[in-house]
Design a protein around this ligand. Structure first.
Ligand SMILES: Nc1ncnc2c1ncn2[C@@H]1O[C@H](COP(=O)(O)OP(=O)(O)OP(=O)(O)O)[C@@H](O)[C@H]1O
Length: 461
């Protein structure tokens, strides 16, 4: 039988309700910051949680620790002597943090500690650092002052400071040293779980590696489980046994760190990995440029939430074009459908001898004039294709006819018709199907429809 995990998170959600208009507005929207996240952390294991800014990493951490109230889901914590509990008759779990009362929460917060990006704010500038750290055991009932001091002095040494630092004040320490102090304080109650939220991202690059190495040492020394949160996938690779990748409130891939890096099962992970600079000059530099911006978590895309930016987005049965061209066709479709391409402005520019450049607001001079004749119109259509990085002719004749009809409609000022043509023909199953995590390798799961038999290997070429 496998050992029960220290922490089991199941279907965790945190939705914020925010007012849309001003202060008095009744109109609200729901920000799905965390939207059904599940994972386990074993005893002594370090799990990395990675993803771009705003994907919900910090909200996941604060919901687990109940610094914010989760909207739904379970957080089962088997630490602090609670191991081996079984579910109640009504299906609830006695170790579910989301249901803990005040006393249970106090005990849980002794066993699960948090360190975050900015250690400065967590120390009272008027108190010696030793005094600050020693407060925690006092709150939890250790009244013997000498003993508290001895424990804190010992910890200061174990985090690479000295016992004599006990009586110094926060402003006397550098950023890296303050993070060491934060670690000492996190460990003073001998917790089972350490949640480290971007613990090195505010530090000088020169000290980041030292702090990471320290966290790693402390983990083995104290037998800690670690939830390590970072936007930087290479930092997670250094430290974590397993890695979970988060996108727009969901976990899209999870598995042993090396397997996630060497054989990513989700295109988003591939893109994150490709953004890491490699010191190897022979490296082919297969950088994957993610198109489009991160959609809002208050209105996430249908189907796979990553499909609006995915370089492997699946083509429908009736389309067969080069994969990079397909991505650009969908981007063009979206610009037309959202009205980002204004036909009047486009025509005006063409008449003035320029067309819209790829960058917003950018225009490239064509140097030609006297537009309007049918043959010139064909020329305009070609320039529109050039502008949006679409080939002069698509390899798929039917798709090419569709694109031509849409561009002609656009040039005739009929943007709604252009949008209808593109929207009807250029569809993707990725916008229809919400993929669940499925097996990608040993203990490795990824949520991408390309792992379904019917789409297997799609976009690999
Ligand atoms: N109190 C709040 N009210 C409304 N929306 C919030 C609140 N806190 C966070 N959010 C939103 O929830 C989403 C997730 O935020 P979160 O801070 O968890 O992401 P993150 O991945 O940790 O990013 P970062 O690394 O930038 O902190 C974001 O869109 C954020 O704007």
């Amino acid at each position: 039988m496998t050992e029960e995990p220290l922490l089991s998170v199941r279907g965790l959600k945190k939705h914020y309700t925010v007012s849309r208009g001003g202060f008095l507005s009744r109109e609200t929207s729901r920000v799905r910051a965390v939207d059904g996240v599940s994972f386990d952390i074993g005893r002594g294991e370090a799990l990395g949680l990675v993803g771009e800014s705003g994907c919900g990493k910090s909200t996941t951490a604060s919901s687990i620790l109940r610094l914010t109230e989760p909207t739904a889901g379970e957080v089962i914590f088997n630490g602090g002597g609670r191991g081996g509990a079984v579910r109640n008759d009504d299906g609830t779990h006695p170790n579910d943090v989301t249901q803990f009362d005040r006393a249970e929460l106090k005990a849980f917060r002794r066993d699960a500690q948090l360190i975050f990006q900015d250690p400065t704010s967590s120390f009272d500038p008027r108190m010696s650092v030793g005094g600050s750290i020693a407060e925690l055991p006092l709150v939890h009932g250790m009244t013997d002052r000498e003993r508290r001091r001895a424990i804190v002095e010992d910890l200061l040494e174990r985090v690479g400071l000295s016992a004599a630092d006990y009586d110094r004040y926060p402003h006397e320490f550098s950023g890296g040293e303050k993070q060491r102090l934060a670690l000492a304080r996190a460990l003073v109650l001998n917790p089972d779980l350490l949640v480290a939220d971007e613990p090195v991202s505010a530090l000088d690059v020169s000290v980041q590696a030292d702090i990471l190495a320290l966290i790693d040492d402390l983990r083995s020394e104290f037998g800690l489980s670690v939830l390590f949160i970072s936007h930087d996938i290479s930092v997670v690779r250094e430290l974590c046994d397993r890695t979970a990748v988060m996108y727009l409130g969901e976990i899209v891939e999870v598995g042993p760190t090396e397997s996630v890096f060497e054989s990513p099962g989700h295109p988003y992970t591939e893109a994150l990995r490709s953004a890491v600079p490699t010191p190897d000059p022979r490296s082919k530099g297969d950088h994957i440029e993610l198109t489009g911006s991160v959609p809002s978590p208050s209105d996430p895309p249908s189907g796979c939430r990553f499909h609006t930016r995915c370089h492997r987005v699946v083509q429908p049965d009736h389309v067969d074009v080069d994969q990079a061209v397909w991505r650009r066709l969908l981007d063009f479709r979206d610009r037309v459908v959202t009205g980002e391409i204004d036909p009047a402005a486009l025509r005006e520019r063409l008449q003035a001898g320029a067309v819209a450049g790829d960058q917003p607001g950018g225009w490239s001079e064509t140097g030609s004039s006297d537009r309007g004749a049918p043959e010139e119109r064909v020329d305009d259509a070609t320039r529109v294709r050039e502008t949006y990085d679409l080939p002069e002719t698509l390899s798929d004749p039917e798709a090419d006819r569709t694109l031509r009809a849409a561009i002609d409609a656009l040039l005739a000022g009929e943007d709604d018709r252009a949008a209808g043509i593109l929207d009807g023909a250029f569809t993707t199953p990725c916008a229809e199907i919400h993929p669940e995590l499925s097996t990608h390798g040993p203990l490795h799961r990824a949520a991408c429809i390309r792992h379904r038999a019917e789409y297997e290997g799609f976009g690999d070429g």
